[in-house]
Design a binder for this molecule. Structure first.
Ligand SMILES: Nc1ncnc2c1ncn2[C@@H]1O[C@H](COP(=O)(O)OP(=O)(O)OP(=O)(O)O)[C@@H](O)[C@H]1O
Ligand code: SF4
Ligand SMILES: [Mg+2]
Length: 418
């Protein structure tokens, strides 16, 4: 008998699976998810400035002044990186004292010495996001401008180097890959940008733009290149003769179709759609959304669909995540989020959706104040500065992001936290 087996009630059973269900690049078991994001963080260095601070002198620190200074410099020599780590992020950290300032500034005064430190402030654009996606589903992401939607999408694709966390794509942790190893994932993971005007190079014909990555990744032989690109163009509702035209000859809707064709030309499985219709007028928006849905059905695509237009998100999404200041405050099935929202922020967002009925007297919730700075997010619940239901605990204790059934997750003290 296999010694890893066990006997219970005279039945041979396999040992309990103690893994967390996440496979990795070293080839553990395949996951049911195409994408798994774990505690993803992306901080941007926002400000660096020199500051004079008082530093207490520790009793047993009886080294000479020079020795002490060497320690200060050595300990912090790796702090000056554009990518922050958790340890250096709270941002009031000593970097290095400039040599010419040393003797002037570092004079001891009683029990303190003066020290010139490098103050760093980080924008916590994405601050510990976790979620999973199944193949073929659409996860809509909503939230106010500046809450970190685009940064999250780009970080997942490694268009930004992340600060911390893991992104598993088909079981491989792509955050650990070298850029040469990342190449094969680049075709599988694509992005459609918000602005179809600036995201197309103006001096290349459309066929070349759509087919550029096809050539780079040698997806088809040269002899089949034109037919291959024209086929993709047709799928995206573009006519054959557009192949040799230039982007300025197209309307906004047509340009966005070109962007979609460019993303799909490399046979991706996962596409980040970053506000793909927000620059288009309403009738064209509907065409592009329907095109995205058709393509998803035909090619079994998985979409992370970012938008601040809730009706568009409701139309296209299977699940919806609501973001506030770099994190999810609510995540769940589209129906649960729109028909049974839990978080006060989701309530406020939904109350702002216009209803096409002149007699409808909605109960619009007006949020007080602006979204706080992601460089200095509030303590406790990050939404407490604007929440009409704020309680004392909300100001000090961060609520847990908990599952309240059917994968409907929410972070709010109004609901049981245990
Ligand atoms: N390259 C960067 N350098 C510094 N800060 C950045 C950078 N990119 C984004 N940020 C900051 O990160 C935060 C999140 O920005 P992001 O673009 O992800 O927001 P968003 O939710 O996509 O907003 P919008 O709906 O307006 O597109 C913002 O405060 C922004 O100023
Ligand atoms: S935790 Fe408190 S402040 Fe935050 S959303 Fe819930 S009720 Fe409002
Ligand atoms: Mg954005």
């Amino acid at each position: 008998m296999d010694e890893t087996m066990d006997i219970k009630d005279n039945v041979i059973v396999a040992p309990e699976d103690k893994s967390d269900g996440v496979s990795n690049s070293n080839g553990a078991k395949p996951s049911e998810f195409i994408l798994e994001v774990k505690d993803l963080k992306k901080y941007f260095l926002a400000k660096k400035e020199w500051k004079l601070v008082k530093e207490p002198i520790v009793e047993n620190d009886v080294q000479s002044e020079n020795q002490a200074e060497e320690v200060n410099i050595g300990e912090n020599s790796d702090v000056d990186k554009s990518v922050a780590t958790d340890a250096d992020v709270n941002a009031e950290e000593a970097d290095r004292t400039p040599p010419e300032a040393e003797s002037e500034q570092k004079k001891e005064k009683g029990k303190y010495k003066l020290k010139l430190v490098h103050n760093k402030t980080y924008v916590k654009a994405v601050n510990g996001i976790s979620f999973n996606m199944k193949a073929g589903e659409t996860l809509g992401i909503v939230g106010e401008s500046g809450c970190g939607k685009s940064t999250m999408g780009r970080s997942i694709l490694r268009l930004h180097e992340i600060t911390a966390g893991n992104v598993f794509f088909e079981g491989t942790d792509i955050t650990k890959l070298k850029s040469s190893e990342m190449r094969k994932f680049r075709t599988k993971m694509q992005i459609i940008f918000q602005d179809p005007y600036s995201s197309l190079p103006p001096r290349s014909p459309v066929g070349e733009i759509i087919g550029e990555a096809v050539k780079v990744h040698k997806i088809v032989p040269k002899s089949e290149f034109r037919d291959y690109v024209i086929n993709i163009m047709r799928k995206c509702g573009l006519q054959d003769f557009y192949f040799d035209r230039y982007p300025h000859e197209f309307s906004g809707g047509q340009r966005q179709r070109i962007c979609i064709a460019r993303a799909l030309a490399v046979n991706p499985k996962f596409v980040v759609c970053d506000e793909p219709v927000s620059a288009l007028d309403v009738s064209i928006q509907a065409q592009v959304i329907n095109l995205l849905k058709e393509l998803q059905r035909d090619l079994n695509l998985t979409y992370l669909f970012i938008s601040h237009d809730l009706s568009v998100v409701q139309h296209i999404s299977d699940r919806v995540g609501v973001m506030y200041l770099g994190n999810f405050v609510e995540l769940g099935d589209e129906k649960d989020i729109f028909e049974n929202p839990m978080h006060p922020y989701t309530h406020a967002l939904l109350s702002a959706v216009p209803v096409p009925d002149p007699h409808y007297k909605g109960n619009r919730i007006i949020l007080r104040g602006d979204i706080p700075s992601p460089a200095h997010p509030p303590e406790g619940c990050k939404f407490h500065t604007r929440c009409s239901r704020c309680m004392e605990i909300c100001k000090h204790v961060e609520p847990k992001f908990k599952d309240y059934g059917n994968g409907h997750m929410c972070a709010c003290h109004l609901y049981p936290q245990d």
